[in-house]
Write a protein that binds this ligand. Structure first.
Ligand SMILES: Nc1nc2c(c(=O)[nH]1)N[C@H]1C(S)=C(S)[C@@H](COP(=O)(O)O)O[C@H]1N2
Ligand SMILES: [Mo]
Length: 375
């Protein structure tokens, strides 16, 4: 325990912060820490069997909340739109519900998905593979509200700030992220107040959240309170420090944006409780899963059976940034097997067979492997 504690204190707090705060040290090969377990229990993943469904019910959809879920009184809540606009706006939920609404099917994935499989392991939310889900988000197109406010010529980004606050890297802040102006004006970026046709649940951003199709989840700010059009790039913690592909702590790195191509498989058969190993009877079995990419349409999924790769059949997706179902019939023969799946998108990007390690453990789209025992 002592060593873990020392680790957590050993990195100096980020520049400009006050008293020393617990900043995780660099990546580790040690056992999972109580702090990671605490994050992992709060921020649950989507059980892989939910890959059978086109739409993920809230409760099975993954959750990632850095700080606490705020308790917002919808009657007192307002959305402020300000900054480089012709008219600043302050809108109640009742007013927003009168605006034209759209519904967009979107696969969200946390940029840290796969982190706990990395070696050494960056200390943060310890996702295995299931930090993903697909929902139908209903709300006002962001471009419509920005049009109402009138974006000025010199605007470069739009900053979205949530009601939730905490300390990360020693820096106290509200969760906030920005989007380049051209992304903010896309027709499918939505300010959502409904998830799968029902009221937005507290953990998913009630009463209003941003959803940015195709981008890793960090862009989709929950519990949205303010939208500010800015004339210089946003330098907030979640933009400038977190969510960067870095080789080391000193590397400035590059910002994380769109979701890298990925596929996952519904583990076939039944699990052994503690080892989580899959067991299935010999004979025909339909292997199935989902594939998605935030860069370009998924064009192929190959299924690896003991490292022999076969093309899977692909179904049509519900939308441009919603996952595609794939399936491949297999005749399971007795013995131990390793199953895998690998997707490719129209940009030519394909999933790596070896982990793509980086300092924060982001954008890790390594192929999933499942060990099965056929009896
Ligand atoms: N206000 C706020 N928005 C947030 C976050 C947060 O902690 N606070 N987490 C982000 C991250 S990292 C992800 S992956 C998604 C997760 O969305 P979900 O919990 O609805 O699945 O929300 C994003 N929006
Ligand atoms: Mo995330």
């Amino acid at each position: 325990m002592k060593q873990i504690h020392d680790n957590l204190q050993s990195t100096p707090p980020a520049e400009g912060s006050g008293a020393p705060a617990a900043v995780p040290a660099g990546p580790t090969t040690g056992p999972l820490t109580p702090e990671e377990l605490q994050l992992g229990a709060r921020n649950h993943s989507m059980p892989l069997e939910a890959l059978r469904r086109d739409v993920t019910p809230p409760g099975l959809h993954y959750i990632l909340t850095h700080f606490d879920i705020p308790d917002i009184d919808p009657a007192a809540w307002h959305l402020r739109i300000s900054g480089a606009v012709e008219r600043a706006l302050e809108l109640s939920m009742a007013a927003l519900r009168k605006d034209p609404a759209i519904t967009v099917p979107v696969t969200l994935e946390c940029a840290g998905n796969g982190r706990s499989l990395l070696s050494p392991r960056p200390m943060s939310q310890p996702w295995v593979l299931e930090g993903v889900g697909t929902a139908h988000w209903t709300g006002i197109p962001l471009a419509y509200l920005l049009g109402k406010a009138g974006v000025l010529q010199n605007a470069v980004e739009v900053v979205f700030t949530g009601a939730d606050a905490g300390i990360q890297g020693g820096v106290p802040h509200h969760y906030a992220r920005s989007l380049p102006i051209r992304e903010a004006l896309r027709a499918d970026v939505v300010l959502a107040y409904k998830m799968n046709g029902n009221e937005l649940p507290p953990q998913h951003g009630y009463p209003l959240r941003l959803v940015v199709p195709g981008w890793y989840g960090m862009a989709s700010v929950k519990w949205l309170e303010s939208i500010e059009v800015v004339t210089a790039p946003f330098a907030g913690y979640q933009q400038q420090v977190a969510y960067r592909y870095q080789d080391s702590a000193d590397d400035a790195g590059t910002p994380v944006s769109r979701i890298r191509v990925r596929s996952l498989m519904v583990p076939p058969g039944i699990p052994e409780f503690f080892t989580r190993k899959r067991v299935l009877p010999r004979g025909p079995v339909m292997l199935q899963g989902r594939a998605w990419s935030g860069h370009a349409a998924v064009t192929a999924v190959e299924v690896g059976i003991d490292d022999t790769w076969l093309p899977a059949h692909l179904e049509e997706p519900a939308g441009g940034f919603a996952w595609r179902k794939w399936r491949l019939p297999w005749v399971a023969d007795p013995g131990e097997h390793v199953l895998a799946c690998r997707a490719t998108d129209a940009s030519g990007a394909t999933q790596p067979l070896e982990q793509n390690w980086n300092y924060q453990g982001l954008g890790n789209n390594v192929v999933q492997r499942i060990s099965v025992r056929v009896e």
